[in-house]
Design a protein around this ligand. Sequence first.
Ligand code: PGA
Ligand code: ZN
Length: 426
Amino acid sequence: AFTGARALQILDSRGFPTLRVQIRDDAGDHFYASAPSGASTGSHEAVELRDGGTAWSGRGVTKAVRSVTGEINTLLTSREWDSQSTVDNALRELDGTAEKSRLGANALVAVSMAASRAFAAHDRASLHTWIASTVGCSQRLPVPHFNVLNGGQHAANALAFQEFMIAPVGATTLPDAVEWGADIYHALGSILRKKGMATGLGDEGGYAPEISRPEQALDLIVEAIETAGHRTGAGDVAIALDPAANYFFHDGRYLVGEQSFSTTELVTYYEKLLDNYPIRSLEDPLAEDDPNGWPELTAALGSRIQIVGDDLLVTSAARVQAAIASASANAVLIKPNQVGTVSETFDTLRAAAQGGFTAMVSHRSGETMDSFVADLAVGAGCGQLKAGAPARGERVAKYNRLLEIADEDPALSYGLATPMNQGNQH
Ligand code: PGA
Ligand code: ZN
């Protein structure tokens, strides 16, 4: 039985407030979880509760802290709980809003994640093993997608595309994949220094050089992969992009560097990128407000690569089911705080699997040291995790947790869940 819930306002990786939750049980154990926070968000995400006013530029979370110490504490200590879903359903009912805005999705997701840790401990299971048995998945160590070059909402440069990731799909073990990622990240830093380019970092720890064309970023990354002694492509290191197109879609046009594209022209532009670079995955290639564009793009590119809905699908099972029915993508990004509870995240994973969508688990750009998403990626068996650069504490917390799991459980296999979409044959 739970004997109490507390919360504390702490700093996230951008220096903004977020909350850490502690749940206690009658065995005297304490379980913690912290809420991450996005900067490039979808309009249908569950809503964070922030204080407003002048303190912390309105971003304080003391109201969300009070949700936990007040009503949620009363709820959790009021009766026995036998499953994650009963806790999460009760949290949703208590909140009473569709978007979790009354108690705050930031409060709810941290409580829900801490409860997962409590249920896992009660079962004497590791978090990832408990997740696998709760969702009904076979475990797998995911291919880390290291975001080594940042633009968009995550950097001050003029690059429209938000994330340029490297995916060591050809590594045979997780530790090798981490080593390859770090080597390539360091090679990229050396190349930028040699070219006299800026080596400042974006929010997720990737470099943020002063470039504006995606091709410049891709050329730098290909050079870094080769400098580090790897080959590009399906057998070795593939590239994944998150353009996060919501943020360069204005009045029906997509603005990329000096160019302005219609939807159809942007699809053609992506097609050319696929012909020239070893890209295996495209996330939010179009804006969420371009619903007819998504089936067009998926029809054109979906047999060659993974098309991931993030802002479009916001980890919602209903939105994933709609995207499956309309063939608007072929994969979903999984961020528990977009939907607000762990059980709903599990529902979305199941909906994706039923409809033949792949899934990629993800951190947020505003992060803490909480490594829940690493266990989630392993437990869901989806084969893909993105958690930023292989540098900076809040990013490496996730990759280091994968290393820990790999060390504790040497029988776990590493790699993508399906051979599909390893990398397009460019
Ligand atoms: P966010 O961005 O965490 O700032 O929303 C991440 C993403 O778009 O994948
Ligand atoms: Zn995204």
